[in-house]
Every structure is written in structure tokens, then in C-alpha cells.
Design a protein around this ligand. Sequence first.
Ligand SMILES: [Zn+2]
Length: 385
Amino acid sequence: MAHFTDLQNLLKHLRGELPAMLETLEAFVCCESPSTEKAAADRCAALIADVWRRAGGQIELREPKHRGTHLLITYSPSLNRSRGQLLVLGHYDTVYATGTLAKMPFRKACGRVFGPGVFDMKAGIVQALFALRALRELDPPVSKRIVFLWTSDEEIGSESSRKLIEAEAKRSDAIFVLEPSLGPLGLLKTARKGVGEAEIIVHGRASHAGLAPEKGVNAIHELALQIARIREWNDPLHGISANAGIVEGGTRTNVIPDHAKAVIDLRARRIADMQTIEKRLHALQPILSGARVEVNGGFSRVPLERKHSAALFRRAQSLAKQMGLKVGECTAGGGSDGNFTAALGIPTLDGCGAVGDGAHSPGEYILAKTMPERAALLAAMLITN
Ligand SMILES: [Zn+2]
């Protein structure tokens, strides 16, 4: 039995588990689990549940109607006097439709492991699994209950899992999000931008462009003016962006269009900036006389500000150092479920998952040798928090 306080031993133990980790990863990746295909996602959930059950986790299934099963796995320490709870959070859904595996097979080459969802974030789930197995085998004095929550719809906004995530987060003292880290150094994500989506719908008045232009109100012209206005909100220095990603409107060139729509992607690093953008958005007034502007949506994920992760990051850094590893930090432009938990004011450390690159792309991969390292770091965080 290794000394539980010996982090070096923990890492050594997990390095010995790498072949088993890769085997589990292969099974997870080869069971495709797109967010929008319930039957496929459920199959993957059943596989993950089975593996975790064998690792000694107590499993509760939450089954939303149209999405894959969410898995809530509890590990209660043998001490049986658990003081509080830690939440390890992640998702098993991917952005890849069923059949992607045929074009993008699971494969290993030059220390890298490729496959759909390998980096975002099935390797993260495997790392957490082996972290738990190490805790059970090495039996360190874990004082808190540990809850692992694997959801099925993070990639499409977490509509069916958000309540569950928030309920577990409220019971927790700290949250570790197993989303991928950033770059080859595996930077942890100590801040994340808030993310939103807004729809700008313009109602004008149709008319013949040649015979009666004075009777029309051009919805596309109005929309163009609104987009030009929104474009001014971009402030890269402060991490604010407003990107018109989709526009539509009009029917024929000789018709003054009475309808046009734009969908805008919104991001902000600070909560105060998010609020300013939302206020401006809903205060938009038409510029052309006779036009009407309708605004729907706004931010769906509040920024994860660094103040919610700084203390956890410092601890991660010190634990990594004791194992001879290095970790750095970064701000992520994308949101995750960590935004929800930080918004509740609960310490949240994101990007605790795999090291690799190419999320949501055909070249998605992880660096195999970092799997034991990140599993050890997570296990160490679970012991010492
Ligand atoms: Zn993800």
C-alpha cells in the first residue's frame, strides 16, 4: 500500500495505469454519443455507468425525455464522517453525428490519441475514473463526499442538465470541471467568458422597389444599420465581442423586404460588461422611420470570473509542483457548465481534463502521457480539498 500522503506515489501508480486508461478511452470514444441523438447517447451513458459501477461508484440515472441519460455518481469516503461535498463535472456528449467514427477512427500515433470527442471530453471522464480508482486503492483519508456528474447535453447549451448541475453545485464546496485544458502545456481555465446569443428581427413594409419605393420600409437596410451599431460594441481589449453570425431576409431583388433577421454571438469577460451589453441590446431602437425592431435572447452563460477559481488554482499549482509537474492558467473564450457553477459563487476550477488540441475538429487529439498526470492532479485535489 502506498503512502497516501505521497503524491509522487500517486502519480507513479497512475502512470502504471496508462494502458488500462487507453483501453477505457477507446471503448468510450468508439461508443458515439452526439448530444442530439438520444438512443446513441443513452448507449454511451450505459457503458460509462457500467465502468463506473465496477469502480465502486454509486450511480443514479437522470433521464430527460429528449436527451441522453445524465449520470450522477457518488463516492462516499470510508471514514463515514463526510464533511461536505466536492463535485467533478463533465459531459459525455460530443458534437459529432453518429457515423463520424468511420471517417475519424480512434487511433494512436506518436503519443497522440485521436477520435471524435477524445479531447472534449471523454479522456477527462477516463482520468476522473482512474483518479477515483486510485483513491480507492491507495485509500487516502478522503473527508468529503465526491460526486461525479456526467451530462449529455453540454455541447448544445445544457438545457436538460442545468438544474441538476446547479442543485449539485449548491451542495458542493468546490467544483472541478473536466473540460479540456488549453494548449500543449495544458493550461487550466481560471476564467471563462460569458456567452450568449441574440436574435434581431426587423419588421419593415413590403413594396415594389421600382414602382412605389416610397411606400416601403426596407427591413434589410434597417438590419444593416442595427448590425453596424452592434459592431461598435466589440472591445477586444476587454474581451467583449458581438459577432453577427447569421443573416437572412428578403425574397426578390425588386421587392422591398418587410422582414430580416440576424443572429448575434455575444461574449464578455466580466459580469458588468455582460450586463451593459444586455441593456444595450434590449434598448435598440429602429433607425428608419416605420421599421420595428424585435430583440430576443441574451447571455445564457455568465462569465466565470477569476476570483472564483484563484484559490483552487493556487492549490493545483502547488500539488502539481510536489509531483514534479507544472500547470499554468488561461482565460477561455468559450463557455462551459463551469460558468453556471461559478455564477452561484462556488469555487470552480475548469479545464481540469485532457491535454491536447483540436476540439470540435477532425484533428481532435490528446497527449496520452498526460492522462496519468492529470488524473493524479485531480485525485490530489480531491484528497486535499
Ligand atoms: Zn466540452
